[in-house]
Design a protein around this ligand. Structure first.
Ligand code: NAP
Length: 288
């Protein structure tokens, strides 16, 4: 068996085009601000890509670049002014932040209605209660990949490898909300291969190059590889041993070109969702 390739690049391009088409119909330009503190090389590349994609979608796209030594108080002041700016629909603070800044305090300071990363405790709680509002971009991208590929989620056994706040936990919440039976596996899980073999849908988000072997995958399962790891030669590889697993799985995402492109497309989509909800509330309040 050779697995069907889930083409994240193409699915993300379709989503970006849909976002641009919907944005063009609006009476306003959705405003997205990305705040970058410091000069982390990977973050700088991600932020540049976010800025370009948002501009291409017709958004009012701004990036605020702050020096590494920016204090927590100064960053909080920037966030407060963005919260108060009615033209801004989405605020994203690029992580990781420099060590002297408490990430939690920054995330909590973002207006939950503008929290397009879906990391604010109010948005985390909404997902945990089965009523998702703004949802983290990467797991949302995985859900859209599954939907676009016609993968049945309801009633399936899903195993999520990894329990980070950014990927694993929200991923599990979304799958549960979509009626999968969900197992979350992590570094303390006993017999990881056996847990993974139970999965109809296996999501790998661990950050360990090619960790998921062919023998860990049930024949015909769908395997989604969230991992992004750089080899010594500079190539990007996922958490899944792609060549071994593709001979067993029914469908698989490549790295690169799988989950990665969906993350930015979902950020744009989240910004539209945030804009529609917030602006409807504002105009409701003005008409009251
Ligand atoms: P993270 O915060 O480091 O979390 C990794 C998770 O994997 C943890 O829950 C950890 O378990 C678990 N883990 C680590 N080693 C393990 C092992 N040997 N066996 C079982 N579980 C293990 O990472 P993350 O932020 O979730 O990111 C995961 C991967 O996704 C990374 O490669 C990252 O670059 C990638 N990523 C991609 C995108 C994208 O757009 N495609 C976005 C975000 C992240 P414990 O909790 O027990 O420590």
């Amino acid at each position: 068996m050779t697995a069907t390739l889930i083409d994240g690049k193409a699915i993300a391009a379709t989503l970006r085009a849909s976002v641009a088409a919907r944005a063009a119909l609006l009476a306003y330009r959705p405003g997205l601000v990305v705040v970058l503190v410091g000069e982390d090389a990977a973050s700088t590349v991600y932020v540049r890509n976010k800025e370009r994609s948002a501009t291409a979608a017709g958004f009012d796209s701004r990036t605020i670049r702050l020096a590494t030594e920016t204090t927590q108080a100064a960053l909080l002041a920037v966030i407060r002014s963005l919260n108060d700016d009615e033209a801004i629909d989405g605020i994203l603070v690029q992580l990781p932040l420099p060590g002297h800044i408490a990430t939690d305090a920054i995330i909590r300071a973002i207006d939950p209605a503008k929290d397009v990363d879906g990391f604010h405790p109010e948005n985390v709680a909404a997902l945990a209660l089965g009523n998702p509002r703004l949802v983290p971009c990467t797991p949302r991208g995985v859900m859209l990949l599954l939907a676009a590929s016609g993968i049945q989620i309801s009633g399936s056994r899903a195993v999520v490898l990894g329990r980070s706040n950014i990927v694993g936990r929200p991923m599990a919440g979304l799958l549960l909300t979509a009626d999968a039976t969900v197992t979350i596996a992590h570094s303390r899980t006993r017999d990881l291969p056996a847990e993974c073999r139970r999965a109809d849908i296996l999501i790998a988000a661990v950050g360990r190059p090619a960790m998921v072997e062919g023998a860990w995958v049930r024949q015909g399962a769908t395997v989604i590889d969230v991992g992004i790891n750089r080899t010594a030669e500079g190539a990007l590889i996922g958490d899944v041993d792609f060549n071994a697993v593709r001979t067993v799985a029914g469908a698989i995402t490549p790295v690169p070109g799988g989950v990665g492109p969906m993350t930015i497309a979902c950020l744009l989509d989240n910004t539209l969702i945030a804009a529609a909800a917030r602006r409807a509330k504002l105009s409701g309040a003005a008409n009251a």
